[in-house]
Ligand binder design. Structure first.
Ligand SMILES: [Zn+2]
Length: 474
């Protein structure tokens, strides 16, 4: 696209009153393309989600198949309304709960657990705990899929889509119920072979595997274009890239009256082109991946200042996959590194228990990381609504996906803390050991430093990234 030649004398002359320059300038801005309301949006053709209502019975029967054919069922889910989804969530959850309650171990079923019968109050509290736990799990799962979902357009539709996916995804209760029904007979067999702790560990690892399966299926179902025709993204108002000053009446060859940045550097076609990673987001380009990793760790602003914000979401999500993959691989070493610091333990003696514990830790930590990125995305979207320039959820998710890179260091801090704690409790016998109180103080302090510190790194990168992109128009 070429710029219309700027008749600077005339425009500068008329610039004293904004209304007059608006008349002169407005048509030229129309010619400039994607930043005006009448220009065709680059995403317009993508938003053709079906609006045909879906048969409730079909939805009921087909939804559990999402764990086998997520894309096909995901396309069917696009036609479901929130009410239908809510109704089915209640229905599926009730059936799942029924299956579990029919297969309860006898002592729980007889309400004689821990050798005393449950009172009515205890039963109600237990029920509330189970329901509350399940609801919190759904909320966490919702946050964990947010980073992969939003597309340019109104944030409201993205949130609606996430809620619908989580509600319809409650058919996951059948996965858990099946695992629960299998658990008892298989556990009895395992108990005969292994110790109690080992059996629990095995089930935790299987549960983690089931969580990965459920999560991957849901993300796969949720990443289909959910936008309806009315969800076409509105172009962003031309603003100064640095300070947000409204520059749509300012000639292209002048400067921002607020901060002095050349207007051409905010609106020119060469501003914020796709980054090298976005042009070809391949993990095979090791040099580029390492460079971008170091940029995002030590000089994140140098990327956020030149990065486009209305395109390149898929590449950003692929980058998030890299971060989460690294977190997964790192977290595995929490248990094995203990073998390295304790000379009495032998690394070669690591058995399947170590791998099961490592896998469970990896899944839990990766899930936490995804949840953090999701919470941050939702938070950034909400906070920006109170500012002058609201940022849509897709743009927010692009920032948080790249800003997730420091989570790598969060896990390193976390492992160091776990190892230090192990050393303190089991190996250290020096004068600083004063007993239980000192132990809890040491545990809480190191835990706080490692985890709050690690997450602060992420927070700060998000904040700085957001400052650098909030006024960008492309
Ligand atoms: Zn400015």
């Amino acid at each position: 696209m070429e710029f219309a030649p700027v008749n600077s004398k005339r425009t500068l002359f008329r610039q004293d009153t904004r209304a007059a320059s608006y008349i002169i300038q407005r048509p030229r801005i129309f010619e400039r393309g994607p930043m005006t309301a009448t220009a065709p949006s680059p995403h317009a053709s993508a938003a053709v989600a079906p609006v045909r209502p879906v048969n409730l019975l079909l939805l009921l029967v087909a939804s559990p198949l999402v764990w086998i054919a997520p894309r096909a069922i995901g396309r069917l889910w696009l036609r479901a309304s929130l009410w239908q989804s809510f109704l089915l969530a209640v229905l599926h959850t009730s059936v799942g709960a029924m299956i579990v309650s029919r297969n309860l171990p006898t002592d729980i079923a007889a309400m004689d657990y821990w050798h005393h019968p449950f009172t009515r109050v205890e039963s109600v509290m237990l029920l509330l705990m189970v329901v509350g736990g399940f609801l919190s799990f759904l909320v966490m799962l919702g946050f964990a899929i947010i980073p992969f979902v939003p597309l340019p357009g109104p944030s409201r539709s993205a949130i609606r889509h996430v809620i619908r996916t989580i509600l319809l995804g409650t058919t996951m209760v059948y996965l858990w119920a099946a695992a629960f029904c299998l658990a008892r007979p298989v556990s009895d067999g395992l108990m005969a072979r292994y110790e109690f702790g080992d059996t629990v560990l095995l089930w935790l690892a299987l549960g983690a595997g089931l969580l990965v399966w459920a999560y991957v299926s849901l993300v796969s179902a949720a990443t289909i274009d959910y936008r309806r025709p009315q969800d076409v993204p509105a172009p962003r108002e031309p603003r100064c890239d640095d300070c947000g000053y409204d520059i749509h009446t300012i000639p292209l060859d002048s400067r921002c009256p607020e901060c002095g940045k050349p207007v051409m550097d905010c609106l020119g076609d060469y501003v914020r082109p796709p980054t090298p990673w976005e042009r070809k987001p391949s993990f095979m380009r090791l040099g580029l991946v390492c460079r971008q990793f170091f940029t995002l760790t030590f000089r994140p602003l140098s990327l956020f200042r030149v990065m486009p914000i209305t395109t390149g979401h898929a590449a950003a999500r692929r980058w998030l996959c890299l971060t989460i993959g690294l977190v997964f691989v790192e977290a595995f070493w929490v248990a094995p590194t203990i073998y390295l610091i304790d000379r009495d333990l032998n690394v070669s003696a690591m058995e399947w228990q170590t791998y099961a514990a490592g896998f469970t830790t990896s899944v839990a930590w990766a899930f936490l990381a995804l949840m953090m990125v999701g919470i941050e995305t939702a938070g950034v979207t909400a906070v920006s609504r109170y500012r002058k320039q609201p940022i849509d959820m897709a743009a927010a998710s692009k920032v948080t996906c790249y800003a997730s890179t420091p989570l790598f260091f969060w896990v390193i801090l976390g492992i160091a803390q776990a190892d230090l704690l192990f050393w303190w409790v089991n190996l250290y016998h020096g004068p600083a050991r004063y007993g239980d109180r000192m132990d809890s103080f040491f545990t809480i302090t190191t835990f706080g430093i490692a985890h709050i510190g690690g997450l602060l790194l992420f927070e700060m990168t998000v904040y700085r990234g957001l400052r650098a992109v909030m006024y960008a128009i492309r």
